[in-house]
Design a protein around this ligand. Structure first.
Ligand SMILES: NC(=O)c1ccc[n+]([C@@H]2O[C@H](COP(=O)([O-])OP(=O)(O)OC[C@H]3O[C@@H](n4cnc5c(N)ncnc54)[C@H](O)[C@@H]3O)[C@@H](O)[C@H]2O)c1
Length: 316
């Protein structure tokens, strides 16, 4: 082509970018949701690799415990503070404090999250709103409060957003959760191109099942979790779940290699590949999964509903 490519970036930069954070040693790393599960395991693993941490979570006590554990193992936590990522004013004040005390981050990781599942007739407004507030607006608040400083500094870095298999696939009853996780995938998909010119890589983490406290706290609206079949299904989820440590190792590898989609288990890598290659079989598989959920729900209505039916049946 005569004259070459007439844009801002060189042809070489368009084709290849060396991973911006090939090692975590001495790098400043922000982690949200660091008090539990994947966030906690990732904080411990990053500290073990020599990263200097800034950690936050909604809950101060387990966050303090994490900070103490990192310190006892010889790691470094530069700053920690508890707060709610869905509260923009708190995130902005937290970012100002971090800027003043610690400076600009090298890696920003959005890991905090919550989960609620249910059909559209069972989900209440609070479920839809809390998913979007915490899982989508939370990461957006963190991105807008921490990433512009990285751009201005001009030394690159990495943004890590933890989405989910439910950010790639139409899992049954996941509409509210997927609203947030597909949303975060959209943000990441655009930012990976917008931020490239600033040598900031973007990783979208898409875990399948991971054995964390979230599995027990997920709000399954319209189902009695104590029902034997539901308990068995949750037990099956636990059995196939990866450990948080395995998820943390995948995330760290993803940062060092600047991988875009980071899988924490093979099933989701295969499932997403399969969904893209075989559109119709994917649709049938999703219909079957949906049917199975509905069958289970019929057998395990929420306690209030089954008690009301009992009263109607017995007249008591
Ligand atoms: N565990 C899984 O199977 C799984 C699967 C796919 C995706 N994920 C995602 O992985 C991420 C981590 O989940 P986990 O399984 O480690 O769960 P977890 O419950 O063990 O940890 C989540 C952490 O986020 C914190 N948090 C929740 N709401 C917050 C808020 N408003 N502000 C600040 N912190 C808040 C919690 O206090 C908790 O410490 C989440 O984004 C979740 O959606 C988990």
């Amino acid at each position: 082509m005569r004259g070459g490519y007439a844009g801002d970036m060189s042809l070489k930069d368009l084709v290849y970018m060396a991973p911006p954070v090939p090692s975590l040693r001495g790098r400043k790393v922000l982690i949200t949701g660091a008090a539990s599960g994947i966030g906690r395991a990732t904080a411990l693993a990053c500290a073990n690799e020599g990263a200097h941490l800034v950690v936050t979570d909604l809950h101060i006590e387990p966050l303090d415990a994490l900070v103490a554990e990192v310190g006892a193992a010889g790691g470094t936590v530069l700053y920690h503070q508890a707060g709610d990522v869905s509260d923009y004013d708190w995130v902005a004040a937290f970012a100002r404090a971090v800027d003043a005390e610690v400076g600009v981050m090298d890696v920003v990781m959005n890991i905090a999250g919550i989960s609620a599942w249910g059909t559209v007739e069972n989900l209440e407004h609070k479920h839809w709103k809390s998913m979007v507030d915490v899982n989508l607006m939370g990461p957006i608040h963190i991105i807008e409060s921490f990433v512009p400083q990285m751009v201005a500094r001009g030394k690159g870095g990495q943004l890590v957003n933890v989405s989910s298999a439910a950010g790639l696939l139409a899992l049954p009853w996941h509409a509210a959760y997927s609203a947030s996780k597909f949303g975060l995938r959209g943000v990441s998909e655009v930012l990976r191109f917008d931020l490239r010119r600033h040598r900031i890589g973007v990783s979208l983490v898409c875990p399948g099942a991971v054995a964390t406290p979230l599995v027990n706290t997920v709000d399954i609206v319209g189902i009695d979790r104590d029902n034997a079949e539901v308990a068995e299904a949750i037990g099956g989820f636990h059995k196939m779940a990866a450990s948080p440590e395995k998820a943390a190792a995948a995330i760290i590898k993803g940062i060092k290699k600047n991988q875009y989609i980071v899988y924490t288990s093979f099933d989701i890598r295969f499932g997403y590949w399969w969904a893209r290659k075989f559109a119709f079989p994917y649709e049938v598989a999703m219909r079957i999964a949906n049917d199975q959920f509905t069958r289970l729900a019929r057998k395990a209505p929420p306690k209030a509903v089954s008690a009301a039916k009992e009263i109607r049946a017995t007249g008591t």
